[in-house]
Design a protein around this ligand. Structure first.
Ligand SMILES: [Ca+2]
Length: 422
């Protein structure tokens, strides 16, 4: 069951929307709403796997709670820490966040059931000393791309220990050189006094990027000692590519060779949504250092010689898209291999007609290639195109000879919406 509630905020150009789910079904329902919402737009989407909010799940803390702990800011009662604005703890106790008004509390799951099973901490947006508090992210890890759509999700619930029956919260998105967008979230009703069965709700909002520094703020608007508890804050690019991070595959176990990769030959579709089209490539999911998201996989376009991979996305005729891809040279390759003008080609074509929409030769400077395979420096490349059909395919084709070639990771495609209405 879900509330078909859609609340729109608009400043004329940018628009923020919220979809509300009931408790319990959380992520699955958001996912479902997500597909439902997007079915009207482009048919098939998947959120980017990278969270742009540093420490969005509040699991990294710069103190220790617990009996006998000796952290810098030791928690009162040992399982709770009050963090007040204007104190050193406000900018240090919760990495990636700062308390900019009032006070908040870090709560341990030793006392309070968290929003997800593997969570140890959540945040109470009120403190006993200051009442309502305001918690703000540091600038997002990557500035959201111009006109690309982003999804902000978070879990919230009423603090179970006491307080008013109805709790409220404002969520704001701040972008440099733009007016902030603030959304008053629908009130949360206190329905449980149990610390072990907290009815968490997952919220989902959308905003568009501006290529500028961006941060997000959660401000309690609930008076008193008890307000809303918050966890699992995530911001992801709305990505129309499927499995661009290469993190889904049919390979049940990664049986690595001594060189830490699997060789895939045409017509392998072992990496979900990707087809190996030429020669052979190498795939790794855990070794080397992947781009941004350590859980993602990556490929080396060369296994024995220059290989190629292909993927396809649903597209809308006349819509513009941006393709982003992270690349690097394999440190094990001979430097001479990368002296060519082009390390690999990125070719985008309409699937039905075969019309080339974009073709780009990407060089990799030998000086940019890391010497250490555990610390690869990635570069983000871009290609843009306008779709002319319902499906658009794109290929990455190595131009390097030999057994080590261009590495690819984190391939994302986003539509540049003309209008954000659904
Ligand atoms: Ca957490």
């Amino acid at each position: 069951m879900w509330y078909p509630t859609k609340i729109e905020y608009s400043d004329g150009v940018r628009r923020l929307q919220v979809f509300i789910t009931t408790e319990g079904v959380g992520i699955a329902l958001v996912q479902w709403l997500w597909w439902w919402c997007w079915a009207l737009r482009v048919g098939m989407v998947q959120a980017d796997s990278v969270n742009l909010v540093d420490n969005g799940n509040f699991e990294r803390m710069d103190f220790v709670l617990g009996k006998g702990s000796k952290g810098i800011w030791e928690g009162k009662g040992m399982t709770r820490l009050d963090v007040e604005a204007g104190t050193p703890a406000a900018v240090g106790a919760i990495p990636g966040w700062r308390v900019v008004a009032g006070g908040v509390q870090v709560l341990s799951n030793a006392d309070y059931a968290s929003a997800s099973a593997n969570s140890s901490f959540c945040i109470h947006l009120n403190s006993f000393l200051s009442g309502p508090g305001t918690l703000r992210t540091m600038p997002l890890l990557v500035s959201p791309h111009l006109d690309a759509l982003y999804n902000l999700t978070f879990s919230a619930a009423a603090h179970p220990d006491g307080g008013s029956a109805s709790r409220s919260l404002n969520v704001s998105v701040f972008r440099k050189r733009s007016l902030p967008e603030t959304k008053a979230m629908p009130s949360i009703t206190s329905s449980s006094s149990s610390r072990t069965f907290i009815p968490w709700t997952t919220y989902s909002l959308f905003f568009t990027g501006t290529d500028q520094n961006t941060y997000v703020e959660f401000a309690s608007t609930t008076a008193g000692k008890y307000g809303i508890i918050l966890d699992d804050v995530k911001i992801s690019l709305v990505d129309v590519n499927v499995n661009g991070a290469f993190d889904s595959s049919s390979l049940k176990t990664m049986q690595h060779s001594s060189e830490h990769f699997l060789v895939l030959k045409p017509p392998s579709t072992a990496i979900s949504n990707w087809l190996v089209t030429s020669n052979s490539i190498k795939y790794s999911k855990s070794d080397y250092s992947s781009s941004e998201d350590m859980l993602s996989g990556f490929v080396d376009l060369n296994a024995h010689s220059s290989g190629a991979i292909l993927s396809s996305i649903p597209s809308r005729m006349g819509s513009s898209y941006e393709l982003l891809f992270d690349y690097a040279g394999n440190p094990q390759a001979s430097i001479d291999a990368f002296l060519e003008d082009s390390a690999f080609l990125v070719t985008i074509e309409d699937q039905a007609q075969g019309t080339i929409l974009s073709s780009e030769a990407v060089p990799i400077a030998p000086s940019s290639i890391s010497s250490d395979i555990s610390n690869i420096t990635w570069t983000t490349g871009t290609a843009s195109f306008m779709a002319i059909g319902n499906y658009t395919k794109f290929s990455f084709i190595s131009q390097i000879k030999g057994a080590y070639g261009p590495l690819l990771a984190k391939i994302r495609v986003y539509e540049i919406p003309k209008e954000y209405s659904t």
